[in-house]
Design a binder for this molecule. Sequence first.
Ligand code: GUN
Length: 294
Amino acid sequence: MDGKGRSKSILEEVTEKTKALKAETGMQPGLAVVIVGSDPASQVYVGSKAKRAEECGFKSVKHELPAETSEADLLKIVDDLNKDDTIHGILVQLPLPKQIDDGKVIQAIDPDKDVDGFHLVNVGRIATGAADEAFVPCTPAGCMVMIRDMLGEDLSGLNAVIVGRSNIVGKPMAQLLLAANATVTIAHSRTKNLAAVCANADILVAAVGRPEMVTGDYVKEGAVVVDVGINRVDAPEKGMKEDGSPKTRLVGDVAYDEAAKKAKAITPVPGGVGPMTIGMLMANTLRSAYRAAG
Ligand code: GUN
């Protein structure tokens, strides 16, 4: 499943609808991304979110704050963005430094600008089957688009197994699959006989953050496999860096070659779920702007 290509089509649609919104109402969707500290991976993610927003024709605002920023200062920025009528989506990149309570910051975001879908109001809407009114977290939303492309809207009769129980991916993924009538199992690092549980899955979503943990024997013949993992591993076969350490490569949570032999469809890493996440973020922000326009 080509997440890069699918995301491109979503971004093109968002760009068209952004033009239409501007033409009809004069409004421009606005996305604010906030990053605290200098974690290199987070900086790359935030940079590409801001860049894509511009490419879609959005107003794009990036707040880069030093690692020692206080919780009070961050809450003030969130409050200002909540009140700013030109901003329709607010994203605070996680994780935050130790002195800041992630939960407190997320709950401070206006639920109607929470394009990450992390606020308890949006979590509750999804959990009670009101996903239509919610912002759905971008990674699970992107996974659902690819699953539906393969299997259709209604997943009745299908077994879905999610490996991983995070608030960002595993739990919302389970809610979305359940709402689509799949029979859902959430497995995790403490699950007994994990390979056997996974081998029962018509839809297998791997979101554990362990490089290539899901090997071929975890995959049922004909399954749809969605790999959410992004893990950087040493790749000495690519040679050495200037500092003498080995070069690295990105791998997912799934051992791709083995799994691909059995799967009906599988997402690659990179180029699978990652680009879809950004596509859904832009779609959520556009939706927020349309809602604000009435
Ligand atoms: N950190 C890792 N994934 C995400 C995400 O989807 N949104 C935010 N805000 N932080 C993240």
